[in-house]
Structure formats: structure tokens, C-alpha cells
Ligand binder design. Structure first.
Ligand SMILES: [Zn+2]
Length: 118
């Protein structure tokens, strides 16, 4: 790949990442609502005890555990899909590693040439 192709792939990767964040926020932020004090006004504590809080906390822990397990796997898959994995070491050519690759043409992790020489 050429240097321009690398930069275009990195930009496409970041554009796609921004689009996927929105649905995540629509799911995650409402999950925090039961943890606020205002949500419990009018709730009959004698009848329900603290189960709404316990259930909200359990749902939050489950969501965080799921995210911890699946997000890195999905991220790896996306990096490969965009052709941004170093062919030698598999490191994502993003962030500092990607900037080094864009400037020097070599993987910022292992030094393998990832961009065709000009
Ligand atoms: Zn590498």
C-alpha cells in the first residue's frame, strides 16, 4: 500500500468509529438513570426494597463485563477489515504506531516496512 492509502484507511477507520459510538451512548446512558436518586422518588421502598438499585448495578456490571470481553475482539476484526494490521506483528497501524507508519513507512511497533517506498 502507498502512504496515501494508509492515511486514507486510517481516516476511514476513524470516520466509521464515530458513527458506531452513537447507538452505544443511546443504550449506555439510560442504564445509568436508575442509579440516580431522582429515579427513586415515588418508589415504595417497603415494597421493592433495594432491588431496583441491585438490578441496575448488576445490569451495569454485566454491560461493562461484556464490553471488556467483546470490544477488543471487534476492534481487532475492524483493524483487519480496514487493512490496518501490520503484516509482520499484527499491531494496529493506528494512534502513535499509525503516525510513525505514515511518516516513516515502517510499523511503529516492529519496524517492518508497511508502505511502498516512494
Ligand atoms: Zn509490525
Amino acid at each position: 500500500m502507498t502512504r496515501n492509502e494508509l492515511v486514507e484507511r486510517q481516516q476511514a477507520f476513524h470516520r466509521a468509529a464515530r458513527g458506531r459510538m452513537t447507538p452505544f451512548l443511546f443504550v449506555f446512558i439510560p442504564m445509568l438513570a436508575p442509579l440516580t436518586v431522582d429515579s427513586f422518588r415515588g418508589v415504595d421502598v417497603d415494597r421493592w426494597g433495594f432491588w431496583p438499585e441491585v438490578a441496575a448495578f448488576a445490569a451495569l456490571v454485566a454491560a461493562l463485563a461484556t464490553a471488556t470481553i467483546f470490544v477488543p475482539r471487534l476492534e481487532e476484526r475492524r483493524v483487519r477489515k480496514f487493512g490496518l494490521a501490520c503484516p509482520a506483528c499484527g499491531e494496529a497501524l493506528l494512534g502513535t504506531t499509525g503516525e510513525i507508519a505514515a511518516v516513516t513507512g515502517r510499523c511503529g511497533n516492529c519496524g517492518h516496512r508497511v508502505v511502498e517506498p516512494d
